[in-house]
Structure formats: structure tokens, C-alpha cells
Design a protein around this ligand. Structure first.
Ligand SMILES: [Fe+2]
Ligand SMILES: [Fe+2]
Length: 244
């Protein structure tokens, strides 16, 4: 495995591990570390990647100082090594939406998680992250995203997931590659509200999208979110027409 670290916004680092075996051109698994008075990691990575991600985080902060553990939803790549991080960082707390805590994390996490209300802000000291519930977008009831307000960075998880080993940060089109990956993996819940939920994220007017699988994006983020919303609206309409 090949793990690299890049700063995609001031003190927001993308830790990326490329796995060539996934799909025809390989797939990246990315974590984001926000370096602040109370450091936060978004996505823990699966347990098998923990040594590599731990080593990368240790180059940025003292691992014991990690204060918050976040992820978009409960899945091995998002949250698999949650308890390993809780063990490595004794002051760390898992922070997730109320649904995720109620459904899974009150039971799965080795220490009690912090349940966040929709739009609740955690002040990290130098950085501020706003929690946003996005149920079933891209998948899972407890799905959420995190918006870092001082840099305008939207940590949008599996949204815009795409294959290959692109640059850490790009302003090139992500919609085409995301559409291709969606056709292959069919990972997103197609519901009548998928499009509108994604469209609501455009209202945050982010300037950077932290993408969990693929390159992060610093082009027209509002336009990209609206285009992605339209893509899912069209897919939902087509699926309904097919079902009739
Ligand atoms: Fe996922
Ligand atoms: Fe993922």
C-alpha cells in the first residue's frame, strides 16, 4: 500500500492510500486530519490500514492529542478502526449525528460517543466544524457530512467517489468520473430526496470538497454539487420510469 499526505486547505490534510486491486484502475481511501487545538480525523480507515494511517497522522500531530473522531457513516472504510483510534488517543471522542449514535455507535464505540444535532458546530480551537445530517445520502440512515467553516472545506465522504489515482487536489471535472464510478458500484441510495439533500450542501458555498475516494476538488464546488444533484435526480427519474 502506498500512503501519501497532502495539505488541501490550511491545516487540513488528506491522507490517501491507493489500493490498485479495487476496480479496473484502483481506488483511493482517504482520511482527513484537521490540525487544530482539538485535532479531528474524518474517516478512520479500515482496521487493515490503521498502521499506515496512524504513521501518517503521527507526522502531523502527537497521536495522543487527537480529540475527535468522525466519519460519514458506519462502514469498515469509514469507521472500521474507530476503536483502535480510541485506544491510541485516550482523550478522543467519537462525534456523530444523533441517529448514528442511537442506531450503532452507543453500542459499537468503546467509549460513549458525542451525539451532535443537525447543524451543531464543534469549536476545535482555530477550526470550526459544522455537523450536517444527510440521511441515506450517499447511503446509510446515519449518513452525515462535516463542513469546516474557516476554510470552507466540505468533507463530503463518498459523494463524488471516483476511481484511479488522481492528484490530491484538482479543479478538473469530477462529475464524469463520479458518474462512471456510480455506474460500476451503484453505491448511492436513489431516493426522491437524494438530489435535494445534495443541493442543500451547495448552499454552504464550499471552496474545497474533501472527497473520500479520489481527488479533492477546489474548482466550482457549488456548481459541482448542483450538477451532482441533477445527475441523481435524473437517475431517480429514469429508475422510476423503468419500474413502471
Ligand atoms: Fe460508504
Ligand atoms: Fe467510503
Amino acid at each position: 500500500m502506498d500512503t501519501t499526505t497532502d495539505e488541501i486547505a490550511p491545516d487540513i490534510f488528506r491522507i490517501s492510500t491507493f489500493v490498485p486491486e479495487v476496480g479496473p484502475t484502483g481506488f483511493t481511501f482517504n482520511q482527513f486530519l484537521i490540525r487544530a487545538d482539538e485535532p479531528l480525523i474524518f474517516h478512520t480507515g479500515p482496521r487493515g490500514m490503521f498502521p499506515a494511517v496512524h504513521a501518517a497522522v503521527a507526522k502531523l500531530i502527537a497521536v495522543k492529542s487527537l480529540r475527535w473522531i468522525g466519519f460519514g457513516h458506519v462502514e469498515s472504510d469509514e469507521s472500521g478502526s474507530m476503536n483502535l483510534w480510541l485506544e491510541a488517543a485516550p482523550e478522543a471522542t467519537v462525534a456523530h449525528g444523533e441517529t448514528g449514535c442511537m442506531v450503532s455507535l452507543n453500542d459499537l464505540a468503546d467509549r460513549p460517543p458525542r451525539a451532535l444535532k443537525h447543524e451543531e458546530v464543534l469549536d476545535l480551537g482555530g477550526k470550526r466544524v459544522r455537523h450536517l445530517d444527510t440521511p441515506h445520502v450517499p447511503h446509510c440512515w446515519e449518513a452525515r457530512v462535516l463542513f469546516e467553516e474557516t476554510t470552507g472545506t466540505l468533507l463530503c465522504g463518498d459523494l463524488f467517489a471516483h476511481l484511479g489515482k488522481g492528484p490530491a487536489l484538482t479543479s478538473s471535472d469530477l462529475i464524469g468520473p463520479a458518474e462512471q464510478a456510480e455506474a460500476m458500484f451503484k453505491a448511492t441510495c436513489l431516493t426522491p430526496t437524494t438530489g435535494s439533500t445534495i443541493r442543500s450542501l451547495a448552499e454552504l458555498e464550499p471552496s474545497v470538497l474533501g472527497v473520500m475516494h479520489g481527488s479533492s476538488f477546489n474548482g466550482d464546488c457549488v456548481g459541482a454539487l448542483r450538477d451532482l444533484a441533477m445527475l441523481y435526480d435524473d437517475m431517480h427519474t429514469a429508475a422510476e420510469a423503468n419500474a413502471e
